[in-house]
Design a protein around this ligand. Structure first.
Ligand code: HPA
Length: 247
């Protein structure tokens, strides 16, 4: 074992890594999309697999949920195992009228209420958390080639899945708009919980990163995907991510 949370030997993890939160999703991706698969870790049941996609070595490492959890796996993947291209494949909650359940979204930017940027860079700058431009433009081209629609824009990466405070879900400041309304007004497409860590750690390590999501919850209409509905859009997202990561 060569890192604390990933029980792999150096060389067992590929330079290209897909990052779902859920270990079961990691297994489904490995079994349905990759050849010659082997599982390299099961610590805490946070599973990781390496296989081949169209002949190229690709790993699928689950990360758990939220910035602290994904930060642990990102650190070890990048600094112990030498990961160079990382694509998160996750779910998100749509926040705008034009975002629908099962849409595939790509985070060009990630805004966050987390303190991680301040912890790393201090408070003098509101650092822009950005997708790697080459991965982003490749993913958009791949999606066009596959005839799969995607929406590209800014997301909010939050530390709290459940946030009952009045200034988020109730009225905010002027007594009329909620905090989510203000995010919507600034074009935020969706809410999720990991992309800020991915873009921050990738920038610091000079590796390439991209976050792609399917919309599993619609916070605008208060609707939610059934598990079956999640699966079909999930497969489209995985195809885009895999074709992107091998190009
Ligand atoms: N909030 C935060 N993260 C999420 C959500 C949500 O509603 N849905 C999927 N990931």
């Amino acid at each position: 074992m060569t890192s604390i949370h990933i029980a792999a030997e150096v060389g067992e993890v590929a330079e290209r890594v897909l990052l779902p939160g859920d270990p079961v999703r990691a297994k489904i991706i490995a079994e349905n999309f990759l050849d010659d698969v082997h599982q390299y870790t099961a610590i805490r049941n946070i599973w990781g697999f390496t296989g081949k996609y169209k002949g190229a070595r690709v790993s699928v490492q689950s990360t758990g949920m939220g910035i602290p959890s994904i930060s642990i796996y990102l650190h070890e993947l990048i600094h112990v195992f030498g990961a160079k291209k990382l694509i998160r494949v996750g779910t998100c909650g749509g926040m705008n009228e034009d975002i629908r359940l099962r849409d595939v979204l790509i985070a060009q930017g990630s805004s966050t209420d987390s303190s991680i940027v301040r912890q790393v860079l201090g408070g003098a700058v509101n650092f822009s958390l950005l997708a790697d431009f080459d991965l982003l433009s490749t993913a958009v081209t791949v999606a066009k080639d596959l005839n799969l629609p995607v929406k590209v824009g800014n997301v909010i990466c939050t530390d709290l899945f459940y946030n009952d405070y009045d200034d988020v879900n109730g009225t905010f400041g002027d007594g009329k708009r909620t905090f989510n309304d203000k995010l919507r007004a600034h074009g935020i497409m969706a809410v999720e919980m990991e992309s800020a860590a991915l873009y921050l750690h990738a920038a610091a390590a000079k590796v390439q990163a991209l976050a792609i999501f399917t919309v599993s919850d619609d916070l605008w209409r208060n609707e939610r995907c059934t598990p079956e509905e999640r699966q079909s859009s999930f497969n489209d997202m995985i195809k885009i991510a895999l074709e992107t990561i091998i190009r």
